[in-house]
Design a protein around this ligand. Structure first.
Ligand SMILES: C[S@@+](CC[C@H](N)C(=O)[O-])C[C@H]1O[C@@H](n2cnc3c(N)ncnc32)[C@H](O)[C@@H]1O
Length: 231
């Protein structure tokens, strides 16, 4: 996909063009948590390209080119940079909704002069028109899914599998190709695998890539009822 996406890639299944893109790029906020005592903590590491808007400017036309006609793009972003992300996405895609993801609890931020931030946005856009699967409910645009914490969390920006599965079910069928150019801990890949979709993904940070692939392989090693009964 050109030099915009670099680092390590995984791909399982076949095919060439994507049926659905679900991605959680660097938010372009130069994020680094200041609320962990131990500065060597792995969650204190800066996110690659978190100060590089050119990454998104270059990415959008590339994504458009590798998606089939009439397919969806879901892109996470936060309130601070939503205007920029919207503007870039609109150069190629039609924005259908800006979904509010209610994370159930709030982050710290400036404790004395700022409200706790409890939501993030998911920009839902279409290349052409991407109808929902007929057998899924039509949700509204506020989605409540608790954010990932505790032992389950291996990436500082990890997104919840049930939320990602909602998107996968909304538009795709088994063996469709889901693309995530910013895999992090492989959450999108895990959601795709759980629903028997194929997957292509990229991650620039070798440590994140290794941890994500370990997580995905553990998931793939589990035998499911689908495998046993060939559903
Ligand atoms: C917001 S995080 C994704 C977290 C992921 N959604 C999860 O649930 O774990 C963004 C990721 O994009 C990666 N990244 C940044 N620039 C990249 C590039 N040019 N190519 C591929 N990955 C990149 C970062 O290393 C980071 O892990």
């Amino acid at each position: 996909m050109s030099t915009v996406l670099s680092g390590c890639a995984i791909c399982y299944g076949g095919g060439v063009l994507a049926d659905c893109v679900i991605t959680d790029p660097p938010y372009l906020i130069n994020y680094q948590t200041r609320h962990r005592q131990n500065r060597q903590d792995k969650f204190c590491k800066p996110i690659a390209n978190d100060n590089n808007p050119q990454l998104i400017i270059d990415l959008i036309p590339l994504l458009y080119d590798v998606m089939k006609d009439n397919t969806p793009l879901y892109m996470f972003c936060n309130a601070d940079k939503v205007d920029f992300f919207k503007q870039q996405i609109e150069t190629r895609f039609t924005i259908k909704n800006i979904i509010v993801w209610d994370k159930g609890n709030h982050t710290a931020g400036d404790l004395g002069a700022q409200y706790g931030k409890r939501y993030e946005f998911i920009i839902y856009a279409n290349k052409g028109r991407a109808p929902f699967n007929p057998d899924v409910p039509r949700y509204d645009d506020v989605w409540a899914f608790p954010r990932v914490t505790g032992n389950e969390q291996i990436h500082q920006n990890q997104k919840p599998i049930p939320l990602l599965q909602r998107i996968v079910k909304q538009h795709t069928k088994p063996h469709d190709i889901i693309l995530d150019p910013f895999m992090g801990s492989c959450s999108t890949a895990v959601a795709a695998h759980k629903l028997q979709r194929d997957f292509i993904g990229f991650e620039i940070d070798k440590d994140e890539y290794d941890a994500g692939v370990k997580r995905l392989n553990a998931e793939r090693a589990q035998v499911s009822l689908f495998d046993i009964f060939n559903l």
